[in-house]
Design a protein around this ligand. Structure first.
Ligand SMILES: Cc1ncc(COP(=O)(O)O)c(C=O)c1O
Length: 406
C-alpha cells in the first residue's frame, strides 16, 4: 500500500507520489498522441510492450492509476475504476449494464441513496426492478423472478452484504447460481456487490462469484471523514466498459482525491483491525446493557440460525466495526441517547477513525417506504454505530452515560 505501482525516478525521486494537479498531458509527438487516443477510444488493442500514455485527467491521471492498481490487490481483481463518490460508482455500473426492458434484482435493505436510484431513477428509464429480502431462500428468489415474467430479461443481481444498517447477510455464491441460470452464450447476467460495510479487508466478493465489487471509498478506504470517493473492481473487460462510460459521464475522481486515498491506504489495515477489536468490546457492552433490547452485530450470529451462520463463516474474515442496536422504547429514547453522546459524533457515514452514531429510520434510510423499513427491522428504536480507533474505554463510557439518559 506504500510503494506498489509508483516509480520515484519518474517524479524527480519523490518518495511519495506527487499530486498530478493537471488537466492535460503534453505528448512528445503527434504520432504519440494519435496512438494514445486509438487505444483510449477502443479503436485498437494495446500492442505488446505498449503502455497507454497519459492524455487528459478525465481519461487518466497518475494519482488515479496508481490508486486503482493498489486497490486491485485486496480484492485480487484484474482492474479498478475510481470515482468522485460511491454513488457515482454505483450509478455508472447500473447505467452501463442495464438498458430499457431489463430486469434488475436487488436485495433489501440497501443504502438509502442506492435504494432511491433504483426505485426513482432506473424506473424512469424503463428498467424493471424486483426487490428480494435477505431472508428469502434461493428457491424463493427463483420463484419471484419466474413470477415477474421477466426472467429472460434479468441483467443484474445487485446486493449489499452485510446490509446497511441491519447487518443482515446474503449468500453471494447463491446469487451467482441464480445469475448463471439466466445467463446464455449471448447474454451474461452479472452479480454486483456493494462491499462498503466490510471494506477491502473483511470480505472478498469476487472470490465468491461476484463479477463486480463496489465501494463507497468515503468509508474505510478514505477512513478519515475528509473525502468523498467511490471504486468499482472486476475483470479487465467489465472495468474497461465502466471506465469508458466514466470518461463520457466525467465522474472520475480528481487527482487530489486520488492522492488522499493513497495516503489513507497506507494505514487501511491497522485502522480497520483496531476498529474491529474496539467494536467487539462495544458490542459486548451493549449486549449486557439493560436499556438495550437487541444488538445486530456479526459476532453475535448464532450457530442456531444455521443459514446465516453458514454464510457468516464462509464469507467474512472479521466481525467488522458496524453495530446496530434497538434501544428499549422508540424514537424518543433513541434520540435522547444520540443527543447525549459526548465523544461519539452524531453523524451519518461510517468506517472512519472517529466513531459515529445515527438514526437510520429518520436519516440514512428516511427515503425507504415505512412498510419496507418495518419489514427490514429499520424501526424508530434502531441506532447505528460505526466504531472508530479511539480508546474503547472512552467509547464505552460515552455510550454508558448516553444510555442513562435514554
Ligand atoms: C453501503 C453504502 N454504499 C454506498 C454509499 C454511497 O457512497 P457515497 O456517499 O460515497 O456516494 C454509502 C454511503 O453512505 C453506503 O453506506
Amino acid at each position: 500500500m506504500m510503494s506498489y505501482g509508483y516509480k520515484p525516478e519518474l517524479s524527480e525521486g519523490a518518495v511519495k507520489c506527487p499530486i498530478f494537479q493537471t488537466s492535460t498531458f503534453a505528448f512528445k509527438t503527434a504520432e504519440e498522441g494519435k496512438a494514445f487516443f486509438e487505444v483510449a477510444y477502443g479503436q485498437r488493442e494495446l500492442r505488446t510492450k505498449e503502455e497507454l500514455g497519459l492524455i487528459y485527467s478525465r481519461l487518466n491521471n497518475p494519482d488515479l492509476e496508481i490508486l486503482e492498481n493498489r486497490l486491485t490487490l485486496w480484492d485480487k481483481a484484474d482492474d479498478c475504476a475510481v470515482f468522485e463518490s460511491g454513488m457515482s460508482a454505483i450509478s455508472t455500473v447500473f447505467l452501463e449494464f442495464l438498458k430499457p426492458g431489463d430486469l434488475l434484482v436487488f436485495s433489501s435493505p440497501l443504502y438509502g441513496g442506492t435504494d432511491h436510484f433504483i426505485k426513482h431513477v432506473l424506473t424512469k428509464f424503463g428498467i424493471d426492478i424486483l426487490g428480494v429480502t435477505t431472508r428469502q431462500t434461493e428457491e424463493e428468489i427463483l420463484t419471484a423472478v419466474e413470477e415477474s415474467g421477466k426472467g429472460e430479461k434479468l441483467a443484474m443481481i445487485y446486493v449489499e452484504t452485510p446490509a446497511n444498517p441491519t447487518n443482515a447477510l446474503i449468500d453471494i455464491s447463491c446469487c451467482k447460481d441464480i445469475a448463471r441460470r439466466y445467463s446464455s452464450s449471448e447474454r451474461e447476467v452479472y452479480v454486483a456487490v456493494d462491499n462498503t460495510y466490510m471494506g477491502p479487508l473483511w470480505q472478498h466478493p469476487l472470490e465468491h462469484g461476484a463479477d463486480l465489487v463496489l465501494y463507497s471509498a468515503t468509508k474505510y478506504i478514505g477512513g478519515h471523514s475528509d473525502v468523498i470517493a467511490g471504486a468499482c473492481l472486476g475483470s479487465k473487460d467489465l472495468i474497461r466498459r465502466i471506465k469508458t462510460l466514466r470518461t463520457f459521464l466525467g465522474n472520475m475522481a480528481g487527482p487530489w482525491t486520488g492522492w488522499l486515498l493513497m495516503r489513507s491506504l497506507e494505514t487501511l489495515k491497522p485502522r480497520m483491525e483496531l476498529q474491529a477489536s474496539n467494536a467487539r468490546k462495544v458490542a459486548e457492552y451493549l449486549k449486557a446493557h439493560p436499556k438495550v433490547e437487541e444488538v445486530y452485530y456479526l459476532g453475535f450470529i448464532s450457530p442456531d440460525d444455521e443459514r446465516t451462520y453458514v454464510i457468516y463463516k464462509k464469507q467474512y474474515k472479521s466481525d467488522g466495526a458496524m453495530i446496530s442496536f434497538d434501544v428499549k422504547g422508540g424514537e424518543k429514547e433513541a434520540f435522547a441517547f444520540l443527543n447525549s453522546l459526548k465523544l461519539i459524533k452524531l453523524a451519518v457515514s461510517l468506517g472512519s477513525t472517529e466513531s459515529l452514531a445515527e438514526h437510520p429510520a429518520t436519516m440514512t434510510h428516511c427515503d425507504v417506504s415505512k412498510e419496507d423499513r418495518e419489514a427490514m427491522s429499520i424501526t424508530s428504536k434502531l441506532v447505528r454505530l460505526s466504531i472508530g480507533v479511539e480508546n474503547y474505554e472512552d467509547l464505552i463510557w460515552d455510550i454508558g452515560q448516553a444510555l442513562e439518559k435514554a
